[in-house]
Design a protein around this ligand. Structure first.
Ligand code: ARG
Length: 422
């Protein structure tokens, strides 16, 4: 049996403010609008940092950012953009995370846009997904369209960019805080820029905003010899716990973390190193406990197509990538569900992921799941679990490396902080 401990009112304040907000419109923003009425540059000078107007007292009351887990009722979500998506240059860290089948593709297109007609279809699919989310009562926000083909140079490296398709990879909301991950791919160094207008807005309205220490991404962060041989080599290395990223400095992608109230689970992956995990652990303790878990996975990058927590004590666990600590979950009374084999055909391009995007679903609440329209078997599985399916087709969007969970960051879910892992 699952044991749940309730810790605090959590977003009760946010919930109340939401209701009041609905009644009185914008008037609810109180100190926030006073403090941040002026936009951009002059705003910083007017921060209400005086004893009379403590910032922190007010923030949780009406915080636009609030989520503790992956399944509470979803109120606001950021959905990524396929526009201007570029193939990352074929560097050592990209090679370590991509399938051999597509290496010639990267060699040919690295630094250029993804095939234009494919991206166009992805854009249309994501528009439709946004419409459906709105129809389900969720507020949808989008990152800025940015030209990712621009070359940039830091003291340590030169690269072009990638995309703002997968907000899950870069942003994680923990309580009232939105955290920007440092990332580990050079092509993703400046990805945060697409989200800054949104994040600044959330900050002005009371959210806590953190950007994790930015890595230099100098050569020392990568094992330069790592993947140059064959995929088999890489599998062996990963099995020994050796990854392309070193421990030179902290790095992580937000998508290697998955939340269940006071317990947050993370994997050491090709893009998340132990220093990055340790940074998150110290940053979030003592309220949250970070658990490192691991999988039999030759290609770990982003936990949400491997171990996707979809409810209180309910997790989808990829049968091809068994979790080494699964007993820990069973002992805690969790239900471990094995999703069926994905149905996506072999000839459909998946340039940046495996087929297991089928289990990369987004929960709108405990009883509503956004799932691929083509994946009949997993739809059936959800229906057998008593979860209603909202079916959406994002096959071309899948090609850029993500399913519904990857394509989104949940900004606000109505709920409170609880413990589900006792
Ligand atoms: N690396 C995963 C796989 O190939 C895909 C995970 C995608 N998740 C994400 N947040 N981008 O199965």
């Amino acid at each position: 049996m699952l044991r749940v401990r309730c810790l605090r009112g959590g977003s009760r304040g946010a919930e109340a403010a939401h209701l009041i907000g609905a009644m009185v419109g914008r008037a609810v923003s109180g100190w926030v609008s006073r403090a941040f009425r002026s936009t951009s540059s002059s705003a910083a000078a007017q921060l209400p940092l005086t004893v009379d107007e403590p910032v922190t007292d007010h923030a949780p009351e009406e915080c636009p950012v609030c989520a503790y887990n992956e399944w509470d009722p979803l109120e606001e979500v950021i959905v990524g953009r396929a526009e201007n998506a570029c193939v990352p240059p074929f560097t050592v860290e990209v090679k370590a995370n991509t399938y051999e089948k597509y290496w010639p593709f990267y060699q040919q297109y690295g630094g250029q846009t993804f095939p234009k007609d494919h991206v166009k279809k992805a854009v249309a699919e994501i528009e439709e997904m946004c419409n459906i989310l709105q129809h389900e009562g969720v507020t949808v926000r989008r990152p800025e369209p940015i030209d990712w083909s621009l070359e940039y140079k830091t003291p340590d490296f030169t690269s072009t960019g990638m995309y703002a398709a997968m907000p899950r990879d870069i942003l994680i909301v923990v309580g009232n805080e939105i955290i920007e991950a440092p990332m580990a791919w050079r092509a993703r160094f400046f990805e945060y820029r697409a989200y800054r207008p949104l994040i600044k807005e959330y900050f002005r309205r009371g959210a806590k905003w953190t950007t994790a220490p930015k890595p230099t991404m100098s050569d020392e962060l990568y094992d330069q010899d790592y993947p140059i041989r064959t995929v088999e080599d890489r599998h062996k290395l990963a099995a020994q716990g050796k990854f392309v990223t070193t421990e030179f400095e902290p790095c992580f992608d937000a998508a290697d973390f998955i939340r269940a109230g006071t317990d947050i689970f993370v994997q050491r992956s090709q893009v998340t190193n132990f220093m990055g995990i340790e940074w998150m652990r110290r940053h979030l303790s003592p309220t949250y406990k970070i658990h490192i878990i691991s999988f039999k996975d030759p290609n770990p990058m982003h936990i949400d197509a491997t171990f996707n927590i979809i409810g209180p004590g309910l997790v989808l666990s990829n049968p091809d990538r068994p979790c080494r600590q699964i007993d820990m979950f069973k002992k805690a009374g969790w239900t471990v569900v094995t999703p069926p084999t994905p149905l996506i055909p072999d000839n459909h391009p998946l340039w940046m992921s495996s087929k297991w995007l089928s289990m990369n679903v987004l929960m709108l609440d405990e009883k509503r799941v956004m799932v691929d329209a083509n994946e009949m078997t997993i739809q059936k599985m959800f229906e057998n679990l008593g979860i209603n399916t909202i079916k959406v087709n994002i096959r071309h969007a899948n090609s850029l490396g993500g399913g519904f969970h990857c394509w989104t960051t949940d900004v606000r879910r109505r709920g409170s902080l609880r413990s589900y892992f006792l």
